[in-house]
Structure formats: C-alpha cells, structure tokens
Write a protein that binds this ligand. Sequence first.
Ligand code: PLP
Ligand code: COI
Length: 366
Amino acid sequence: MNIDYQLLSPQQRRSEPLAKDTDLGFGLLRTDHIFLMDYQNGEWINARIVPYQNLQLAPGAMALHYGQSIFEGAKAFLHQDNEIYTFRLDKNCERLNQSAEILSMPSLDVDMQLQAINALLDVERLWMPTATGASMYIRPFMFATDDSLSVKPSNSYTFAVMLSPSGAYYAKGMSKSLKLLITQQYHRAVSGGTGAAKAAGNYAASLRAQQHASSVGADQVLYLDASNQYLEEVGAMNHFHITRSGELVIPEFTDTILKSITSQSILSLTNELKSLLDLTPVQKKISIKQFLADVQSGEITEAGGFGTAAVTASVGHYILDNGEHYTVGNGEIGEKTQKLCQYYSELQQGKQAAPNNWLVRVERIN
Ligand code: PLP
Ligand code: COI
C-alpha cells in the first residue's frame, strides 16, 4: 500500500519529546496527524497521513443516520531502548474486521491496517508519552459515508486512525476500587444483536444505563444477559473474579460480549499466572445468583474488569437495583488483582518476557 504523506512543516508540528510531567488524562490529547483511507467501488484507496483536522462529511452520511460506525482501541509503548512497540495490534485489526462483518461493512486487510498504524506511529514518535504507566492509545475507526437516507449498507466508507498519548482510563486508576451497579433494568446486548462488535451504537446505548449507575453512586454498570440470569460484562471492560481456590474466572465469550484482547491474553498466560500469582485462568458461564452468594460467603475474594484502556480495574462493591450492597473481600483493591495489573503492565512495557509477536517494534521509516 502506498501512503501519501502530507505532513505539517517542522515549525508547525511537535519538535521535541512530550515532557514527562505532561498532564495526560485519557484520550484528551491529539497528535499532529491522522491516517485516512477511503473505500469506493469495492476498493480501499487514497491512503494518506494528513494534519489532524475536521473531516468533510455529507449531512446525509449514513454513519450519522443509521450508525454504521465501528472502532478499535489498542496501545503502543515506549520501551527502555527508546523504540515504540505495539501490543497485540494484529488482534485489534482482526477484531475490527469481525465488527465490520457484524455491521455489514467492508473488511480491511490486517496487513494494511498494521501498515497504516505503524506509519502513523512512526510519524508521531515525539508524541510518545514517557511517564510510567502511560502509553499511546491507538484509535482506528471506520464509518459509512454514502449520502443516502435508505436503510441499507453504505457503498463508501472511510477508515481512519487517530492517536492519543494517554494515562490511566479511570481517574481513580488503581488507587481505589470501583463500585458497579448490577441492573435488570438495562441490557447492553441480546443474542443475535451487535454486542460482540465494537460498534459505536453499543456505546451510545450504554449511556442511559451509565447515567443511571452514576445517579445511584456507582462507577459503571455490570450487565446481565437478557434473561437476567448470567453475568456478562462491564460497559468498557470484561468481567473477572478470583476465587479462594485461585481460579481467575472470566465469562464465556458469547455473541453478546466483546471478546476482550486483554482477557484473551490473560487466559493464554496460564503458566506465568500459575507460577507468579498461583492463579488458574478459566472461562465459565457465571450465574448471577451464584456469583452474589459467593461474594457474600467470601468464596469470591477479588473481582474486577479487563480492558485495553483500563488494563485491570479492581471492583470492591456491587449494588443491585433494590439497593442491596455486596462487598468483595474487604472492599479494597484486591492483592492479586494489583499484582496482576502490575505484571501485565510490565509485560506491555517490555519489563517482563512476553510471548512471541505480542510486542512488535515500530519500524523507523521517516
Ligand atoms: N468490553 C467492552 C464493551 C469494551 O469496550 C472493551 C474495551 O475495549 C472491552 C470489553 C475490553 O476489550 P479489550 O481488552 O480488547 O480492550
Ligand atoms: C478500550 O479499552 O480500548 C476501549 O475502547 C474502551 C473505551 C470505550 C474507552
């Protein structure tokens, strides 16, 4: 793929590395450029890296009306050798295509996605954050651009990649455990729907539930399946819990749960988790009744969520619609959860051995 570089002049773009003490937040900063590519007549064309700017869109663009819009979230890290490494980026590119299939959108060759993201990261080297725990958050996205009011798949699309030097997703970070609302009032996904896609509409549909959670003093929602019997996932994370016997339990992936790359990574690190933390990762269907009974009896000792943005969040409290309150362990950040978060972060930062091809160095092209 040929990429057209339309870069800002040296005077207009960042000329020195981001200061270590930069206040990052999550997803707030933008880098100087964005990658764009168009889909027309069955082909991806016009790959380009241009200054970060507003996009031109017809008022009838179908993404705005009927929601054909998907995205990904991945991270790149600056290692001690001063090189940039992406973490399992191929998995994100594969998942973008799975989301595309669910939303009747075109796929985009994984190698082309990787080339696009690597080229942009290479251009934006000086934007790499250097503070501990910080990373370059990578946001690839695709949306429908046909100017049409018919409900049908669009013929034209744009694929874009933007970058945001970021710190922790939750302002609380790992300094405090979260409180989640388990509600029967709102559902995130139903079987046969779009729950397994990283579709923009799924997040729009979660806002009302999120606002309700905030109004009762909870940080986020832990969703149940549509029958209210099984535990599914959190708004932007997969669920996990740890039992007294050392099982690290993640709900089985169904078509109503986003197949978290963090969860999949944890599930495949069996030997490391056993030797370092005496944990055995497993996937199971989790009945909400049993879950609450096990939290209450102390059989479940820790709980939390996995996700790229959040890495590992610890959950200390669950509340139900009727106000009932369940405390996990002593309500504080779980000891194993904290160690797991540290281990996983160190692995991403190149300070722990990672399986082959999980960390890929960004080539210096420019
Ligand atoms: N579930 C939902 C709904 C999410 O938005 C995310 C975030 O990406 C996750 C789970 C975690 O997935 P991953 O670990 O691939 O980031
Ligand atoms: C991520 O974890 O990468 C996400 O995309 C979550 C998000 C909606 C901020």
